[in-house]
Design a protein around this ligand. Structure first.
Ligand code: FAD
Length: 78
């Protein structure tokens, strides 16, 4: 499975077998009334912070540039 694709080590999100890329699952939806945000797994945290900034909200995610939403939330690749 590949979300952000930050874990480039062989056998992590890179593989010699079948790879399922979630690249098109890139939803970014701010629901002001419900006070929540929908994020697709392929988004990168640094982009998420930047896109949330105009709304005056933030979220706790990865600190290092290029880390994806899906992998980090699942604790993948550690
Ligand atoms: C240099 C470096 C810096 C890092 N810095 C940080 C940091 O600052 N903070 C932090 O918390 N972590 C950090 N990490 C770890 C990082 O959180 C994980 O590597 C995370 O899994 C990356 O997310 P990704 O979506 O880009 O992963 P990917 O590379 O897409 O996937 C990582 C692993 O998770 C699996 N996976 C991904 N998406 C799914 C899914 N939807 N369902 C099932 N399995 C899935 C993949 O198969 C793979 O094994 C760092 C890692 C590196 C190498």
């Amino acid at each position: 499975m590949k979300s952000g694709g930050h874990a480039t080590n062989r056998g992590f999100s890179s593989t010699r077998g079948v790879q399922i890329s979630l690249a098109r699952f890139n939803t970014f939806k701010v629901n002001r009334n419900a006070q929540n945000v929908e994020l697709g797994p392929s988004l990168l945290w640094d982009d998420v912070y930047e896109r949330l900034d105009p709304y005056g909200v933030t979220v706790i995610g990865g600190r290092f540039p290029g880390v994806g939403v899906g992998g980090l939330i699942l604790g993948g690749g550690r």
